[in-house]
Design a protein around this ligand. Sequence first.
Ligand SMILES: NC(=O)c1ccc[n+]([C@@H]2O[C@H](COP(=O)([O-])OP(=O)(O)OC[C@H]3O[C@@H](n4cnc5c(N)ncnc54)[C@H](OP(=O)(O)O)[C@@H]3O)[C@@H](O)[C@H]2O)c1
Length: 264
Amino acid sequence: MTNHKRPSVYIVTGTTRGIGRAMAEEILRRGHRLFSLSRAPDTVTQGWRNYRCDLRDAEKIQVAMIRLLDEIPHEACGDAILLNNAGVLTPIGPLERNDWAGMAAALQVNLMAPMQLMSLFIQAAARFQGSRRIINITSGAGRHPYAGWGLYCTAKSALNMLTRCIALEQRGRSRPVTICAVAPGVVATDMQADIHRADDIDFPERQRFLRLAESGGLLAPEDVARLILDLDLAGQFQSGQIYDLRHATWSEGRPVITALKENG
Ligand SMILES: NC(=O)c1ccc[n+]([C@@H]2O[C@H](COP(=O)([O-])OP(=O)(O)OC[C@H]3O[C@@H](n4cnc5c(N)ncnc54)[C@H](OP(=O)(O)O)[C@@H]3O)[C@@H](O)[C@H]2O)c1
């Protein structure tokens, strides 16, 4: 029998490298449609359209996301998933050593950009025939404070709270947009290189992260990307919940994960 299920459409930020790049490749490998916002040039390839967008610039985000949402062939697509992946750990260091421009950029990319994209996605949600889901890539740093990562921890913590608020806003609607946040664990990407390059004075826990990398303790971005997509497809992500991928296990060939406790 022919499978008439329409491909899902994924909107992913930060697909140039790291987890976002691995997500993009996995989404295409599974035969879905990919629309991305990244600082790479505008491109259209088989199944993948990229919109050049610097997420530090709110006006550019507005223009690019509205164009992206208009150009999705809604009638040919099933479920729609917004994956807020792009993020920056820098600037690293105690607050008084960060300049205003660095502080603003960190908050803009890690918090304000996802906030703006979620708002536009929810506004456009009625156009999508299938389910509409948002997955925010958060971090353990959104729940655990680290000296030297104040900007990053603050942004991810606020992203977690915004995730929970949006879930409440959507609850009870006839076709709610569902939303969750997922911390990927410690992953072998350029973000870890940023940590390794940092000064011990700016980031006192740097040695611990170095040792983890040296002992082969980092996750591969490809494995992380596959697991997030699999958990989502398996219906494991409950709206309003925050997850840590390190709590994922497999049971009877299916990935399972339990949400983190609110204050745990
Ligand atoms: N790696 C980890 O251990 C780890 C742990 C916890 C959470 N995370 C989270 O996972 C997500 C992905 O991180 P990663 O490890 O894959 O990091 P990464 O390798 O450094 O990649 C970051 C991505 O974000 C994009 N980005 C950064 N600033 C941008 C901007 N102004 N405009 C557009 N795109 C921008 C980068 O694009 P450019 O190439 O244009 O810079 C790149 O595609 C982030 O949200 C991060 O906080 C990672």
